[in-house]
Design a protein around this ligand. Structure first.
Ligand SMILES: Nc1ncnc2c1ncn2[C@@H]1O[C@H](COP(=O)(O)OP(=O)(O)O)[C@@H](O)[C@H]1O
Ligand SMILES: [Mg+2]
Length: 223
């Protein structure tokens, strides 16, 4: 994936104008595991939202496997997201009236996967993420760490090409943060999915192969 001259200004030209991102140029290779780091307000969430097409840049283009995402309509972008991207947020966004199993299978169902394919995939992920014994529970009946692992399972279930995660460990204790990251790393290695995190958690940084540091909307480090 390639980001070319991406800038984002909120409320341009008004007294409330905020330059959230300035001329971001980045390339992400397939299977790369990258953390976006930087202080609060540096532009991490805005950049993830733009990569995921949840927000449009003021300037610049994004290409994914040769397709210009920034040229897609909102509807085309939503369809692209459904087929190729997985999201993990700080607030897990699980559907409270669906069981863990139904939450994990939700996207696959939307994409018309066969029932047996969905069940096989859920069982495979449940084993990797150690949530086999809670598949029939509702999100409200499991711990925060378990909810976060379910959110990961849901995001990766349909094997998207790209996973975007915004501070996924922010509400977890250090042990659960570390475990979650090791599991995500294992999935990344096994399935060659590209992963981009926004985080300043040391466990996230420790598992990342690449760290991009943002400051005031600009890349100040890429290592
Ligand atoms: N929807 C918005 N409207 C106006 N300003 C915003 C909006 N979203 C983010 N910003 C501003 O853009 C800058 C970057 O914010 P954000 O991307 O949330 O940073 P981070 O995720 O690194 O904390 C901040 O100055 C923030 O106040
Ligand atoms: Mg943020």
């Amino acid at each position: 994936m390639k980001l070319i001259h991406i800038s984002k200004t909120f409320f341009p030209g008004s007294s409330k104008e905020v330059k959230a991102l300035t001329d971001i140029n980045l390339t992400f290779e397939k299977g790369e595991f990258t953390t976006l780091s930087g202080e609060s307000g540096s532009g991490k969430t805005t950049l993830l939202n733009i990569i995921g097409g949840l927000e449009r840049p003021t300037e610049g283009k994004i290409f994914f496997d040769g397709l210009e995402l920034t040229a897609l309509s909102d509807e085309q972008m939503a369809d692209f997201r459904l087929h190729h991207m997985g999201f993990i947020f700080q607030a897990y966004n699980l559907i409270s009236v669906l069981t863990v199993r139904e939450n994990i299978g939700f996207i696959m169902k939307l994409l018309d996967y066969r029932e047996d394919e969905i069940n096989n995939r859920i069982n495979e992920l449940a084993s990797v993420l150690q949530i086999e014994n809670i598949l029939d529970n509702l999100p409200g009946q499991i711990s925060g760490g378990q909810q976060q692992r379910v959110a990961v399972a849901r995001a990766v279930a349909s094997k998207p090409k790209l996973i975007l995660a915004d501070e996924p460990t922010a509400n977890l204790d250090s042990k659960n943060s570390q475990r979650l990251m090791e599991m995500l790393r294992a999935l990344n290695e096994k399935e060659q999915v590209t992963v981009i995190f926004a985080s300043h958690d040391k466990y996230v940084l420790a598992e990342s192969k690449r760290t991009i540091v943002l400051d005031d909307g600009a890349v100040i480090e890429d290592r």
